[in-house]
Design a protein. Structure first.
Length: 156
């Protein structure tokens, strides 16, 4: 329980810093929901035209109900897909995950390689996305894992 409180506090601190920066930058901070593995609150902050930081504070239901936090650095390519309205990007990146427990009750730390597609709706602050995230669990033991989901974010 203490680990979950610490993770939520860290997530809130990162989100707070990004919201403070977004007030100056305008429209770079998104908050929404991700559904899948995991399911929870999704956050994205654009650091430039093609680079962003995303994170989620969510629950993993694949192994019961465990809390997890992940954060990734994402790179976007807007040249892959041609759409008549809005913008669609292929994105990829790397990051990490902390999970409070797995099936065995172990604390888990993982390296993530997210790959996804995002669509920014024309003249709207809404982005929808779908992603898959192969992972390599590093603690308590080395093994492969897979996450992913669909979601949306509203940008401020």
């Amino acid at each position: 329980m203490k680990k979950a409180v610490l993770i939520v506090t860290l997530f809130a601190a990162v989100a707070g810093m990004a919201f403070a920066q977004a007030g100056r930058a305008g429209g770079n901070t998104g908050l929404g929901i991700i559904f899948g593995e995991p399911t929870g609150v999704s956050f994205k902050y654009w650091t430039g035209r093609t680079m962003a930081i995303d994170a989620a504070a969510a629950w993993s239901f694949a192994d019961g109900s465990s809390f997890q936090f992940h954060m990734d650095l994402l790179f976007h390519s807007f040249d892959v897909f041609r759409v008549e309205r809005g913008q669609m990007a292929l994105y990829y990146g790397f990051g990490g995950r902390i999970k409070t427990k797995d099936v065995n009750g172990d604390f888990v730390m993982s390296f993530r390689l997210p790959l996804g597609i995002s669509y920014e709706i024309e003249r709207s602050p809404i982005e929808v996305f779908v992603e898959i995230a192969p992972m390599l669990n590093l603690v308590p033991s080395t093994q492969a894992a897979l996450g992913g989901g669909i979601g949306f974010r509203y940008f401020f």
